[in-house]
Design a protein around this ligand. Sequence first.
Ligand SMILES: [Zn+2]
Length: 180
Amino acid sequence: MKKFPLPEKTENILRKNGESGSFWEDRKDRHHCGIDIYAPEGEPVIAIESGEVIDVGIMTSPEMISYWNETHYIIIRNHSGLFCKYGELGSSNVKVRDTVEAGQLIGYVGTVLNSDKIDGNAPEYIQKLKDKNPSMLHLELWEKDPVVEDKDYLGGNWFGDERPKKLLDPTEYLRSIESH
Ligand SMILES: [Zn+2]
């Protein structure tokens, strides 16, 4: 059985289409590849399904963009065949080739934005987040080998015009877990 990735969250927190942090949100020059689930920094993140860790790495860092903190991502190949990319983690608890069970602790929620470094040059949607600066889990769902490095992909956003075919909308996937 699948588990909701933030076990301490009980209310319905999934963004509706078009809302900030929703899947494929139009951010003018880019689209959002995942869904953002706001949660306090340091909150535990668990594996939704059992599977194998296929990649762990740096998702954002101040070396990439000055107003970013360092955060991490974990990609798990679920036994069901789908791939979950857990992003914007403050830290991860797993390594490549680990097998994980549904519900197993894999990392902790992190905070991407460094408010002090956000100035007028930042994209509009970033400037809107400056004062709130929410921490969150950024979750992507892929049908096949998730994109980590691509000229059109950066920090969980897609800069190309066309949505990658293997990138899925995780909204219903997550909603189906909530009802368990
Ligand atoms: Zn996101």
